[in-house]
Design a protein around this ligand. Structure first.
Ligand code: BG6
Length: 463
């Protein structure tokens, strides 16, 4: 049995707004996540701070990070993917001077990681931005956001040029088409032109961040981050195959721009035929040319598409509204479980881009039960991860260049789509519940020891 390469990075991925809590501490400003506590599909009209919401405390990583990072180290992590709360550094987003107390917090995090030999991978923007940039500037629909974001990114690159050598720009940048409030800070009923213009501004910012990162930290690598929403044709009818390809184009075009540096022809046609007119300057074109060093993505499920509109009933629990695949089972939240799809996706992205790939999210959300003696027997999670990691190994054998794997939510955290804690992903159980009750104590689940053995054996124990 082939082992994973020695250089392969193993770990987990978390996002600031889903773990940190401390939503008003040390000068932090109000973020989009704070005003949309019910999840990433929340409406833009809910302008009140999320006082008394789960995310106010989340899992209190802000105060408990030493213990949590020690547990990650115990599992053998060589990498932790984490995001920065932009509002800790620039509370409103339009300031020119950063909030030193916010930076001091991340100083401590990186020092702690370094002490445990864990390499950080930093996502600059993961499903949150300063609320003031939305309410007063109109979100990414406003070109000024590019400058505000770059100010933030430059401060971070400069401060952490020694500590951080792996960076990501925008989490699941293609989700803006499905959750515009969260992704680009504009209302869900905005016109297609406004949505794509805001996306364009974000893509320009991503290109400029790649350029700035290369300038400030030549030794670093910076990648993009896509939601790998793999779509199969529901049948072998050519018309279904074509519709599936179009659906895939709608998320792949983000990667096409971030890797190849220009809008692909199929998107230009889509814009023409849908009367979408974008304002693109020569400077924008130049910014898009800054190609990422690697391509990262999340993968949880696959789905199907059909040319037959009647078959195209939505699948409410599946966030991308894909048609459920009749050959697959699904998680309790309707996400279709497809380990082989991960191998398909890895091969597809490698063939398309020939850039190193990084699986930065993958995992199973489930309702775990803590027994009286504080155990969680999560064999279903072990089985899900085992089957997916087997396919990663197959893809490595196929010749795909894969840098690493960070499972989503190595510790239980607040769900992005539902804003709940009962959808758990962790190897570490956190005693906190949807009603806010719980001690916040951490307990190792059965999968904790299993993942530790996977890492230690470089995959030899996978079945
Ligand atoms: C990805 C996000 O979409 O999926 C994460 O980048 C999110 O932030 C993860 O938590 C799992 O989704 P959910 O809705 O189960 O939390």
């Amino acid at each position: 049995m082939k082992l994973f390469p020695e250089t392969f990075l193993w770990g987990g991925a978390i996002a600031a707004n889903q773990v940190e809590g401390a939503w008003q501490e040390d000068g932090k400003g109000l973020s989009t996540s704070d005003v949309h506590p019910q999840g990433i599909f929340g409406g833009i009209d809910q302008r009140q701070p999320a006082s008394g919401q789960l995310k106010d405390i989340a899992i209190d990583f802000y105060h408990r990070y030493p213990q949590d990072i020690a547990l990650f180290a115990e599992m053998g992590f060589s990498c932790l993917r984490l995001s920065i709360a932009w509002t800790r550094i620039f509370p409103r987003g339009d300031e020119t001077t950063p909030n030193e107390a916010g930076l001091a917090y991340y100083d401590k995090i990186f020092a702690e990681l370094e002490q445990h030999g864990i390499q950080p991978m930093v996502t600059l923007s993961h499903y949150e931005m300063p609320w003031a940039l939305v309410s007063e500037y109109g979100g990414w629909g406003n070109r000024q956001l590019i400058g505000f974001f770059m100010n933030y990114a430059r401060v971070f690159f400069t401060r952490y040029r020694e500590q951080v050598k792996l960076w990501l720009t925008f989490n699941e940048i293609n989700m803006s088409l499905h959750a515009p409030v969260t992704g680009i800070g504009i209302a869900s009923d905005s016109s297609l032109s406004n949505i794509y213009q805001a996306i364009h501004h974000q893509l320009v910012a991503s290109g400029l961040a790649v350029q700035a990162c290369h300038e400030i930290i030549p030794a670093a690598k910076i990648g993009n981050m896509l939601l790998g929403g793999l779509v199969y044709p529901l049948t072998s009818r050519p018309a279904d195959v074509w519709v599936a390809m179009q659906e895939n184009h709608h998320w792949l075009f983000f990667g096409d721009i971030q890797v190849r540096g220009e809008y692909p022809g199929y998107m230009l046609r889509y814009f023409r035929e849908n009367n979408i007119r974008l304002y693109i300057t020569e400077e924008d074109d130049a910014a898009l040319k800054h190609s990422v060093d690697f391509v990262s993505f999340s993968y949880y499920m696959s789905g199907c598409a059909s040319a037959d509109a009647a078959r195209h009933q939505s699948c409410p629990a599946n966030i991308l509204n894909m048609i459920p695949n009749p050959h697959l089972t699904a998680s309790e939240w309707g996400w279709q479980i497809d380990p082989l799809g991960l191998r398909v996706l890895l091969n597809l992205l490698w063939d398309r881009y020939h850039k190193p790939l990084f699986i930065v999210e993958n995992g199973l959300g489930a309702r775990d039960q803590l027994t009286e003696d504080h155990q969680v027997i999560d064999d279903y999670r072990i089985s899900y991860l085992n089957d997916h990691l087997q396919q990663v190994r197959e893809a490595l054998e196929d010749g795909v260049n894969i840098l690493g794997y960070t499972s989503w939510g190595p510790i239980d955290l607040v769900s992005a789509s539902k804003g709940e804690l009962s959808k758990r992903y962790g190897f570490i159980y956190v005693d906190r519940h949807d009603d806010g009750s719980g001690s916040l104590q951490r307990y190792r689940k059965k999968s904790f020891g299993w993942y530790q053995s996977v890492i230690a054996s470089r995959g030899a124990i996978l079945k």
